[in-house]
Design a protein around this ligand. Structure first.
Ligand SMILES: *Cc1c(COP(=O)(O)O)cnc(C)c1O
Length: 423
């Protein structure tokens, strides 16, 4: 698949006059269309809902777009709960899937009426003491072992090494205990593999969870109200990868539903998802400018963006496709390392990447940064977080977060009082 930016060089030049690079830019049209496809893929299920994983792109304007498409929010922390509240999410519009959860976070989730998705058996007592057990409650399941796709038997991930969730036996005990403590509506959640690039992930996961739901019903008398397949549906970061087909994924889950849940009298179970990457990643770019070049043992292009704006290449060695704006049709006959300016040799957006000849001042578009991009940003080396811009469906653009300034960086110090350097 040829990867093309969703924004032209001319548009970027226009935006840069108002807001200099680097910035993350999001494609409203792409986000909305994709959200509708996801909803449609699961429309066979009466109670279906996507709870957008806020950590992927915690921006209220983006969240509002998704809320208008019917999404709720999956939060993992105190501030993400606050953010969802500010955007206008109410009560069970919020899923709270957290781990090693502080008391204050449990309290706020309870106060907002969010669905609390417990990460551990011991959290039942903790929550009971803090706030009491809410009527609606969910448990996160970790089946252990290795997680394999059905067809090829590929190992997708190893849940036994993951810190999350209840074991099988704890799960059964957990629902018994929660029922005893007065819970009325029950959910189950699991997240077993990340950034999967196969239409099998959700259906295989659904099969495991649906069979477990039947077992829970038999052993505890608890009929689950919802099953949350969480996140993990990936995207094609590389041009040679085949993107997931969300319609096929929805259909695969439906088959499992009809084979396993319906005959067991659990045909009213609602299916929830907590997609982050799939909802947003392809609909964001990091736009940067080539500001320096080096010709040493290799050819380098230095950008005004760095790993503090997009950590995935440095952290995971992740591939992000790169386009030189306006040079889409030129042949890729130059090999470059594309770097940021951190004092860290892993601050490279691309290594040995074949690209058109890059000139200083060229606008560099780094693809698929709409999820887990800006949000993983940090301030190492005193670098500042960039602006975020929304490219609207009508071609206009809106600043949806300003760039940080040095004042933001210094905001947590109080030079006047504590240090008194300027006597
Ligand atoms: C990170 C996360 C998600 C979203 O994952 P994606 O890979 O972005 O789809 C969903 N649920 C939970 C609990 C998560 O931690």
């Amino acid at each position: 698949m040829i990867k093309k930016p969703f924004v032209t060089k001319e548009k970027l030049q226009e935006i840069i006059k108002d807001y200099p690079t680097p910035f993350h830019i999001y494609d409203e049209k792409g986000i909305v269309e994709n959200a509708r496809r996801v909803k449609q893929a699961f429309s066979w299920n009466k109670g279906y809902r996507e709870y957008f994983a806020v950590k992927a792109t915690p921006n209220p304007y983006i969240m509002k777009l998704l809320m208008d498409e019917g999404c709720g929010f999956d939060c993992s922390s105190y501030t993400e709960l606050m953010l969802s509240d500010k955007v206008g999410a109410k009560g069970q519009d919020i899923m709270f899937s957290s781990n090693a959860t502080p008391d204050a976070d449990f309290r706020l989730a309870y106060k907002l009426g969010a669905v609390i998705n417990l990460d551990d058996l011991t959290h039942i007592e903790v929550l009971d003491k803090l706030t009491g057990i809410p009527e609606t409650i969910s448990c996160r399941y970790n089946p252990g072992g290795e997680f394999k796709t059905s067809e090829k038997g590929n190992v997708m991930d190893t849940p036994k090494d993951a810190k999350y969730g209840f074991t099988h036996d704890q799960l059964i005990e957990g629902y018994r205990l929660l029922k005893q403590k007065g819970a009325k509506r029950f959910g189950m959640h699991a997240f077993l593999a990340s950034n999967t690039l196969t239409n099998d992930y959700y259906p295989v996961l659904a099969g495991i969870l649906f069979r477990t739901a039947v077992e829970i019903k038999e052993k505890t008398g608890v009929s689950l109200d919802f099953i949350n397949l969480s996140g993990g549906v990936g995207i094609a970061y590389r041009p040679d990868q085949t993107p997931n087909d969300i319609m096929a994924i929805g259909e695969g889950v439906r088959k499992q539903f009809e084979e396993i849940l319906v005959p067991a009298g659990l045909g009213n179970v609602s299916i929830f998802t907590e997609l982050g990457r799939f909802m947003l990643a392809p609909y964001g770019h990091l736009a940067a400018t080539a500001i320096r070049e080096k010709h040493i043992y290799k050819e380098y292009i230095g950008l005004d963006a760095c790993a503090a704006n997009l950590m995935r290449p440095a952290m995971y060695g992740a591939y992000h496709h790169i386009t030189v704006a306006g040079k889409e049709d030129m042949s890729c006959d130059h090999m470059y390392d594309i770097t940021g300016g951190l004092c860290e040799n892993n601050d490279k957006f691309a290594i040995d990447r074949m690209l058109p000849k890059i000139d200083i001042g060229d606008i560099i578009v780094i693809h698929d940064t709409g999820a887990h991009g800006f949000s993983m940003g940090y301030n190492y080396n005193g670098k500042l977080r960039s602006a975020e811009i929304l490219l609207k469906a009508d071609g206009s653009y809106q600043l949806i977060r300003r760039a940080e300034t040095p004042e933001d960086y210094f905001a947590t110090f109080d030079f006047s009082k504590e240090y008194n350097f300027k006597k």
